[in-house]
Design a protein around this ligand. Sequence first.
Ligand SMILES: Nc1nc2c(ncn2[C@@H]2O[C@H](COP(=O)(O)OP(=O)(O)OP(=O)(O)O)[C@@H](O)[C@H]2O)c(=O)[nH]1
Ligand SMILES: [Mg+2]
Length: 334
Amino acid sequence: MQNEATRKFEPPPSSFNFGCKFVQDLPAAKADSKETVENKPFISFSVQQKLETPWRDMKWTEEQKTSLMETISSYRPRCGEGTQARVLLLGPLGSGKSSFISSVQSAFNGRVTNRAMVGSSSTSFTKKLQLFNIRGQKGEDPTGLVLCDAMGLGDGEMTGLTLHDVLSIIKGHVPEGHKFSPDQPVRSETVGFVKRPSIKDKIHCVVFVVDASKVLTYPKGLSTTFQQLREHISDLGVHQVALLTHVDHLCTETAKDVTKVYESRVIKDTMAKAGALLGMSTSYIVPVKNYSSELDVDANTDVLLLSAVDHILQYADLYFQDNKPQNIQPKFDL
Ligand SMILES: Nc1nc2c(ncn2[C@@H]2O[C@H](COP(=O)(O)OP(=O)(O)OP(=O)(O)O)[C@@H](O)[C@H]2O)c(=O)[nH]1
Ligand SMILES: [Mg+2]
C-alpha cells in the first residue's frame, strides 16, 4: 500500500479539473435556469399527484423526533477517543448546503439559527472550508458529528470547487478556514496544509446536495461532474449519500405540511431524476426541507431533517467499520 504521508502532495494535471462549463453548456434561452425555475408554477396536489400509499414509512411524532435526537447525540465513531464523523457537503451553488447545516443545528436548538452563513450570490456564497460541530439539545456537548461546508461546485470554468480541491479536503489535507480559489489549487505550500492527515482529519462520508426544483434544469455537465466525483471519492473508500432540498418548491401540499413529502408523486419522480443525475440509487437519497424564511422550528420539519442526519451517520459509520484498526494493521503469521 502506498504511504500517503511520505508521498509529496502535488496538484494533479489540469485535466483533473472539471471540464464542464455548467451554465455556458446550455443554450442561451435556458442559461438562466434560476429564472426558468422561479417562473414555474407550483404543482398542485391533484388526485394524480397524491399517491395512495406513502413511498417511504416515516413516523411523524414527537417521540420519533426525541428518539432521533438521542440516537444522533449519542453517536460516537468506534475509532478511538475524540474522533468525530466528518461529513462533507458537496453540491452546486445555492443547493442548500449551508442551510442544511443551520437547519440541523436549529432542530437541536429548538429555534431557527443561521449557524452556517446562508445567502445567494452569482458565485458560491460559501468560500471557505468551515467545520461545524453539531451540538445536542440546549448547548449540550458536541455530538459525534461534524458537518463540513465548502464552496459550491462551479458554475463556470474558473469558479467553484475543483475536483482536485475536493479530493484534498477528503484526504484531510485542507486546513479549516482555507479560502478556495479555483486558480490556486491546494498544494503542500498552502498555508496550514496538513501534511500527514490522521483519520480525524479525513472526511468519512460525502453528502451530495441538489435542489429538487432545479434537477431538470441543471446544466448537462453537472452529471459528468458528479460521475467523476463519485468515482474518485469511491476510490478513497468514502461512502456517499444525497439530499434533495427545496422539496417545498416542488409541491404546495408539502410546503404547507411536510408530512406529505412521501405522498407526493412529483417528489417521488424527482427523486428518481436526481438519482439519474447523481448516478446513484434512490435508496441513498433523502428529501429535506431546510429552514429558509421561517422564524420558528416545526416538529415535522425537524423529523425530516434529523432522519436525514441519521441516514448520513449510517454511511459515515461504514467508514469506521471498513477502517477498523485491525483492518489496516498488516497481519503476521506466527
Ligand atoms: N424554500 C427553501 N429554500 C431553501 C432550502 N434550502 C435552501 N434554501 C434557500 O436557498 C438559498 C441558498 O441556500 P444556501 O444554503 O446558501 O446554499 P449553498 O448550497 O450553501 O450555496 P453556496 O454557498 O452559494 O454554494 C437560500 O436563500 C436558502 O434560504 C429549502 O429546502 N427550501
Ligand atoms: Mg453555502
